[in-house]
Design a protein around this ligand. Structure first.
Ligand code: SF4
Length: 350
């Protein structure tokens, strides 16, 4: 999440704010947030059972992104509880016609795979101008002119405007998807693994371009990624999500310099160290829990080498740690004094 998100998206802090007794929905300086995701729970009711995709979450991954965009199909998806407050309005309570005005214009999304995000039988210029025409209610000619400008912004030669998606490389297709997402200058851009389908060199170029555009367009961005390198390059705030819950959140510095949750520590441990000669890479033992049958206590307990009895029966609360906005959901921590996290007595000898 970028700097503007520090001010605007206070989701990871929502629980911490309860602890600190601050007013939810406002930043530290008292101004309204652009977006608050509060205690959101989304389930999918399938033939095999109920999949708990998001569990009382403040902020989460792809399903949350789709939930924010109002793109969860009901059924099988159900917004069970929670709020998605955008500019003071709960998006879960607005009508589809109101959503149509926000989606694409104020909140946009870059999907993972540009080939499936683009219409294969439509020239790319029409796909960009369609968004502009629908939201700005201008003529087809004017929309095309604006779309050509967007192509230039993402460094696609305008003379290729009438070509089809299959005629472009993967990196160019992703840039076209970015052009569509930014065409109406949205307040909030949700990028779901935007560089996964690209090779490393193109990934660096696309990330660089996204950073530039985000700054130039003054857009807030939520980046969903499995790649800590991408986080290091693009984000200001980080939320570590497991089994539909935020387990640790803080500034990039908090998370990279002082990872506390055993899952976060495990993730960092699994990054290969170029200066070490190891035969086997570290891996976190075990597998993700079945979302239809989540553990009763801490969701990470079956895989956690620090787990104690309490972890298997009781859900951990959120504890605030030293650092600007550093919070963790783990029984091991009970809070912090000014400089150090306070470790629960049971874990002190470890
Ligand atoms: S609550 Fe217990 S099981 Fe969960 S991460 Fe912390 S120590 Fe491990």
């Amino acid at each position: 999440m970028n700097d503007k998100m520090n001010e605007t998206l206070n989701a990871p802090e929502a629980k911490a704010e309860e602890t600190a007794g601050m007013a939810a929905g406002k930043t530290a300086d008292g101004s309204e947030n652009l977006l608050d995701v509060r205690d959101l729970t989304v389930e999918f009711h399938t033939d095999s059972g109920i999949v708990q995709a998001i569990n009382g979450l403040t902020f989460s991954l792809t399903t949350t992104a789709l939930a924010i965009m109002g793109l969860i199909n009901c059924p099988p998806g159900f917004y069970k509880s929670g709020e998605i407050i955008y500019k003071g309005k709960d998006l879960m309570k607005i009508s589809e016609s109101e959503y149509l005005k926000i989606r694409g214009r104020e909140i946009s999304m870059i999907f993972q795979d540009p080939m499936t995000a683009l219409n294969p039988v439509m020239p790319v210029i029409d796909q960009i101008s369609e968004v502009i025409k629908n939201h700005k209610h201008i003529s087809a000619k004017e929309a095309r002119e604006e779309a050509i400008e967007m192509l230039k912004v993402v460094r696609i030669p305008p003379e290729r405007a009438d070509e089809y998606p299959h005629q472009f490389s993967g990196g160019m297709r992703q840039r076209i998807v970015i052009a569509i997402a930014l065409a109406c200058n949205p307040n909030l851009l949700i990028a779901d693994e935007p560089t996964t389908a690209l090779d490393v060199t193109i990934q660096a170029q696309v990330l660089e371009m996204m950073r530039e555009l985000k700054d130039n367009f003054n857009t807030s961005m939520i980046m969903i990624t499995h790649d800590f390198g991408v986080v290091a390059e693009t984000c200001d705030k980080v939320a570590i999500v497991y089994a539909g819950e935020v387990l640790e959140a803080g500034t990039k510095r908090d998370i990279f310099k002082n990872p506390c949750h055993p899952y976060t520590v495990g993730l960092f441990g699994a990054i290969p160290n170029l200066n070490e000669d190891t035969e086997f890479l570290y891996q976190i033992e075990g597998l993700m829990p079945d979302p239809m049958d989540l553990p009763k206590g801490c969701p990470f307990a079956p895989r956690c080498s620090c787990a104690k009895d309490i972890c298997h029966v009781e859900k951990p609360c959120v504890s605030r740690l030293p650092g600007e906005d550093h919070v963790v959901k783990c029984h091991k921590y009970t809070g912090s004094d000014e400089n150090a996290e306070i470790v629960n007595e049971e874990w002190r000898d470890e």
